[in-house]
Design a protein around this ligand. Structure first.
Ligand code: ZN
Ligand code: ZN
Length: 439
């Protein structure tokens, strides 16, 4: 601990570094804003982030990082080895969504790209991953510029395909930690519905574990006028949907968070034909692994039991399509990180946030490395707009992540995102004036 800080001075080395970084960021901001707008104008779908990766690799070129591209598809790993000490992984995701942008912004996207079936779909950075990537590039600049103030290794990870929950896994499978070393901590952030300039932390579960399933139920088709000759998969599917809703209501302990949504129900072609099969698509979410396992088992049990109750001629097929772990922000590490971020952006700009039932695959990086993760949200919407909406009770109507009108205020969102990452990284690197916060 520095003598200045232990003496309670308000102008310790951390403040000097913050002021130096703020000046550097002011100078960098036009370039960084341009980068953000360029990424926003040219969004790419999960797994297709080729232009994005080239742009980001180019943005890192002038800096003293060792840059590796093509990791796990279009992922980038940038390393800055700066003497002995911990390795700190800063992660930003880079993919966009099949959404038609309706923000009216001068830098709005008009891009299209081949969707899952090959036909073109509109593409938009509707989740703010362009902001995540631009903020990480800003932090890369500032941390490279303050190498005299810290020691250790910075590992920047620009991860593709978050929206499909495949990118983190793909980078790990491509040897992320074997090739580039294991971090001591994983740090990441997401822009969200808080007022711009504010940062929200939570100790413990932050986002839910998720699974998705596609279910085929079999019947025996025939004439709608002669149901006695058929096994009706429409009735069977209807029973399954209703029964599935009993899991959260009747099987999950009331204190646990759990969601089960059937988002797809398809059967038949014509009013008077009993079809041969029905399809159900569902997603389930929980903040604990045990609840997620309970939901999974209950889905299997109900689907098979209802098929049997309907005298289905073939067992149902349940295909589990994707899964992602719950994102649990390590409580102790979160306290350390939040206090470092507070010292930089102002304690009055930090507040606690509730856990959400959306999901993220960044937790997989920490899980695979066997190290703690700290993950937080920072504000995107204009602060005055949020205040006004809170005052008149229309906050829920503000366009959130994944909305075609999702439009984070460029400033101060970008600057705050950069400062968050720099402060968080410095809290875990050696030799920094923030180091005493770890003890
Ligand atoms: Zn998203
Ligand atoms: Zn996102």
């Amino acid at each position: 601990m520095s003598t200045e800080q232990s003496a309670g001075s308000t102008a310790g080395p951390a403040d000097v570094l913050r002021d130096r970084d703020t000046a550097a960021l002011t100078e960098l901001l036009p370039v960084l804003s341009e980068l953000y707008q360029d990424l926003h104008r040219h969004p790419e779908l999960s797994g297709q982030e080729h232009r994005t990766a080239a742009t980001l690799a180019h943005a890192l070129e002038a800096l003293p990082y060792e840059v590796h591209t093509g990791v796990g598809g279009t992922g980038i790993v940038a390393l800055l080895r700066n003497g002995p000490g911990p390795t700190v992984l800063l992660r930003a995701d880079t993919d966009a969504l099949p959404v038609e942008e309706q923000t009216g912004l001068p830098y709005a996207s008009t891009e299209q790209a081949p969707g899952p079936d090959g036909s073109p779909v509109p593409v938009m950075h509707a989740c703010g991953h362009d902001m995540h990537a631009a903020a990480l590039i800003g932090a890369a600049h500032l941390l490279a510029g303050s190498r005299d103030a810290w020691s250790g290794t910075l590992m920047l990870v620009l991860q593709p395909a978050e929206e499909t929950l495949q990118g983190a896994r793909a980078m790990v499978a491509d040897g992320l930690f074997e090739r580039f070393g294991k971090p001591d901590i994983v740090l990441g952030q997401h822009v969200g519905p808080l007022p711009a300039g504010y940062v929200g932390f939570r100790e413990g579960p932050v986002m839910a574990g998720v699974e998705a399933a596609s279910i085929t139920l079999y019947g025996r088709g025939g004439h709608g006028a002669r149901p006695e000759t058929t096994v009706d998969p429409v009735l069977l599917a209807a029973h399954v949907v209703v029964r599935l809703q009993g899991i959260v209501a009747r099987e999950v302990p009331p204190g646990e968070t759990a969601v089960l949504t059937v988002g797809r129900l398809q059967a038949g072609t014509k009013d008077n034909i009993v079809p041969g099969h029905a399809e159900i698509g569902l997603t389930l979410r929980a903040h604990s692994e045990s609840t997620r396992a309970l939901l999974h088992r209950a889905v299997e049990r109900i689907v098979h039991a209802e098929a049997s109750a309907s005298n289905s001629p073939r067992p149902p097929v349940v295909r589990w399509l994707m899964d992602g772990p719950a994102l649990v922000s390590d409580p102790e590490a979160t306290r350390v990180t939040a206090s470092a971020v507070a010292a930089r952006v102002g304690q009055e700009r930090i507040f606690p946030i509730p856990a959400v039932t959306a999901s993220e695959d960044v937790g997989f990086l920490a899980q695979a490395a066997g190290v703690p993760i700290v993950y937080w949200f920072w504000g995107g919407p204009d602060a005055d707009t949020v205040r006004a909406a809170l005052a008149d009770g229309t906050h829920d109507e503000l366009p959130g992540n994944h909305s075609p009108e999702f439009a984070p205020a460029l400033h101060p969102t970008l600057e705050t995102g950069v400062h968050n990452l720099v402060a968080a990284a410095l809290a875990w690197l050696d030799g920094s004036t923030d180091q005493e916060r770890r003890t």
